[in-house]
Each structure stands twice: as C-alpha cells, then as structure tokens.
Design a protein around this ligand. Structure first.
Ligand SMILES: Cc1cc2nc3c(=O)[nH]c(=O)nc-3n(C[C@H](O)[C@H](O)[C@H](O)COP(=O)(O)OP(=O)(O)OC[C@H]3O[C@@H](n4cnc5c(N)ncnc54)[C@H](O)[C@@H]3O)c2cc1C
Length: 379
C-alpha cells in the first residue's frame, strides 16, 4: 500500500516530495510477500468489485507501465480464474453476490454440480451444492508487484528511508513530523499510515484506536504426483483455498480460532499439526487427488484484520488530525486492491477527496457510527 501510494503520487507529477519510511527493505515480515496474490471480482460490495476491476486492468499492464527503461516489471500475472465452491447453506449468499457481480459486469458463471464436474474433473463435489467461476480473474506474484511499485516510485523521485516511525509530533490540528527510531524526524503536509498489521501501533501514537489487529495466517506449498488439469484459484466456504504455483500448489486455510497477535512459529503450539489435521482434509475434499501430496514448505504471514467488518478503512482516522490518513484492515484483500487504493490515497492526499472511485463508504466514520459494511462473500 505504501509503495503503491508513493507511485501514484509521484506519477501524478503534482505531489511535491514523497518519503516512504520502511524499517525492513527486505520485507521479510510484511504481509505482502506472504500473500497468495489472488485478484478476484467475486465479492459482494460494489466498491470492492470496482477496486478489483481497476487493479486487474492495472496488473494486466504492469509489465510495461512499471518497466524501468527496457527492463519489464515481472509479476507473473496469470489470468487462470477463480472458483468458489459452496455447500447448500451458502447458496443464497453466492447467488446474491453473483447478481451484484453481474450488475458490475463481471464475467462469471454459476456452475451446478454436473457442470462443475464437466469443467474441472479433478475437483471433488462432495458437499458442494453450487460453484461460481470467474475465468478472467487470477493471481500475481505479490513480491514482484511490491518491487515494481517501489522501483518505479524511486525512479520517479520518491525517497525510501530505512527507518521506523516511533512517534508523531502534532500541533492542535495536524501532524507536523514523524519521529524516527534513528533519532531523526521527517516534516510533512500529509502523513499516511500504511503499516499493515502494525497499523494500530502507529494509530496509538496519536491516541487513535483502529479495530485492526494482526492475525496470523499460515500458508503451505505442496506437490502432487497425479496429473491435474490447469485449475483456477479455488476456495470453499470453510475458508480453505489453493492455487497452482509453479509445478505445485500453494494455499491453506485461515486459522479463525486463534487470538490476534504476531506469531512466526509455524512448527509449534497451535500450528504444530495444523496442516495434517485441519488443512489437508479440506484440500483433499476439494481435490481428491490431494490425498497423496508432498508438503514442501510452510510459512506465516499476517492479515491486518478489521475486526469491525472485515473491510478496509480508508481516509482520516485520528480525531482532529485531518492530514493523517490510512488505508488498512484489508484482511485477505490487500494485494488485489493495492493499485486502486494507491490511486485513492493519492487523490485524498492531493485533493482531499476521491476523484475516480468513490470510496467514502469505506471511511472510519462507519466505525464511529457503528454501521458495518461487511463483505458477505466467502470467508
Ligand atoms: C497468507 C496470506 C494470504 C493472502 N492472500 C491474499 C490474496 O490472495 N489476495 C489479496 O489481495 N490479499 C491477500 N492477502 C492480504 C495481503 O497480503 C495484504 O492485505 C496486503 O499485503 C497488505 O499490504 P500492506 O502494505 O497494507 O501491509 P504490509 O505488506 O504488511 O506492509 C506494511 C509495512 O509497514 C512496515 N512497518 C511496520 N511498522 C512500521 C513503522 N513503525 N514505521 C514504518 N513502517 C512500518 C512493515 O515493515 C511493512 O513493510 C494475504 C495475506 C496473507 C498473510
């Protein structure tokens, strides 16, 4: 989000000096490289569908638009589709969302069990009542996208400073400086908190409280010796999902039961037998050939989970401090929305309002007014 926003600000040519403060330029613990990179329009809220639509178009041209001289920006964009599977309980929600998606012009189809078997013979139909397939959605390499935004932003004059924000200096009506761990400070007109799962730490620096917490999400990579036709990214209503990755598969199942907080230990405690006992049976139900697989790696990342309604929060959030913005709480949607959000934040920073896509329903006001605007699609 930070790098995408810096890129859109710099590319506008109207933004003045831009500095990105990032403590870890390797992004070893950032959410972005840990993510699956799925980009879908199978969502329930028009804003989310429109953001994904913009991002899909943007990612389709990323290779060239973000190229540096003759070096293309590689994000391995694969338009191999998305497939949601639901049981009888989820049919109404899937159908309602499908109507919204149709109204938004998303090319998708509802598949009954027979059509599903015909289209994807390897997909198990046990417990499945209905499926929704959007063949033109897909996935990208999130690390490639992050590097593309960062490098392009630098080429357009953005400064990336290796440091950590440890405080915000304020006047009565605005933030004036970001205080850095190194002892320095950065002056500015606008400050944007895009610290992902750490967003709450920076919010606390001005006494603000966002309903966004780090939530550990573990992912896995495995290979399967059986022949399997090219599959889309598949997700069912248990939350389990996977997609093809190279000559294997990557995916997992969000651990809904754990407490919020950072957790990097994927071998002990709650996660000790998580794959074998929880994830694998769900995967094998989705694709019976996954009964025989070789698990090759497991890693942890963190959702910035919005406990209020699971949707993003964008705009000002700290009472009386209008020049302090955020975009946070993306839960599992941040990569698919990064281009649209980078553009939206650049508009808020430069014009004080959205210019292209109205995201005002996604502001912090809904939290204050206790009016949730949740995604009702699959988990
Ligand atoms: C397992 C998993 C699967 C996912 N799958 C998908 C998917 O398929 N599709 C999708 O769209 N999304 C997916 N997501 C969600 C997506 O990865 C995130 O929503 C997105 O990467 C968030 O980006 P961000 O820039 O907000 O946060 P991050 O990438 O976490 O970046 C935040 C940055 O803030 C920095 N920071 C922290 N503290 C400070 C400080 N004090 N000062 C300055 N900087 C600081 C950090 O170092 C970090 O680099 C997935 C996430 C996970 C964990």
């Amino acid at each position: 989000m930070g790098s995408a926003t810096a890129y859109f600000l710099a590319a506008s040519g109207k933004s003045g000096n831009i500095t990105v403060i990032e403590p870890d330029p390797t992004y070893a613990r950032a959410s972005t490289p840990a993510g699956a990179g799925g980009v879908r329009r199978l969502m329930s809220r028009p804003e989310n569908i429109r953001m994904s639509q913009y991002s899909l178009d943007f990612y389709a041209g990323f290779h060239d638009v973000m190229a540096l001289e003759a070096t293309p920006a590689e994000i391995q964009f694969r338009r191999q589709g998305y497939l949601f599977l639901t049981n009888a309980e989820g049919v109404d929600a899937l159908t309602t969302n499908f109507k919204t998606q149709q109204d938004e012009g998303v090319p998708a189809d509802l598949l009954d069990v027979e059509a599903l078997r015909g289209r994807f013979p390897s997909v198990g139909t046990d417990g499945v009542a209905l499926a929704c397939h959007s063949p033109e959605d897909g996935w990208i390499d999130p690390h490639g996208a992050l590097m593309g935004f960062r490098k392009k932003a630098i080429s357009l004059g953005v400064s990336f400073v290796k440091d950590r924000v440890v405080g915000l200096e304020t006047t009565r009506t605005s933030v004036s400086h970001a205080m850095l761990e190194s002892g320095g400070k950065v002056e500015g007109n606008i400050f944007i908190n895009t610290a992902g799962p750490w967003v709450g730490e920076i919010a606390a620096m001005t006494g603000a409280k966002l309903p966004v917490v780090p939530m550990c999400r573990v992912q896995h990579f495995w290979r399967c010796a059986h022949e399997i036709e090219p599959l889309p990214l598949i997700k069912d209503d248990s939350g389990a999902f996977f997609r093809p990755e190279g000559d294997g598969f990557a995916g997992g199942r969000p651990s809904f039961e754990i407490e919020p907080g950072f957790n990097w230990d994927v071998d002990r405690g709650y996660f000790a037998n998580y794959f074998e006992e929880t994830v694998w049976p769900l995967l094998a139900n989705m694709v019976p050939k996954f009964e025989t697989i070789k698990l090759e790696s497991t890693w942890a990342g963190h959702y910035a989970q919005n406990l209020f309604d699971g949707n993003m929060i964008i705009g000002a959030y700290s009472k009386g401090l209008d020049n302090l913005l955020t975009a946070c709480g993306f839960s599992g949607h941040g990569i698919m929305h990064a281009p649209a959000v980078g553009r939206a934040l650049s508009e808020l920073a430069m014009y004080g309002q959205f210019k292209t896509l109205d995201l005002s329903r996604m502001g912090f006001e809904r939290v204050l007014e206790e009016k949730p605007y949740a995604e009702t699609g699959i988990k």
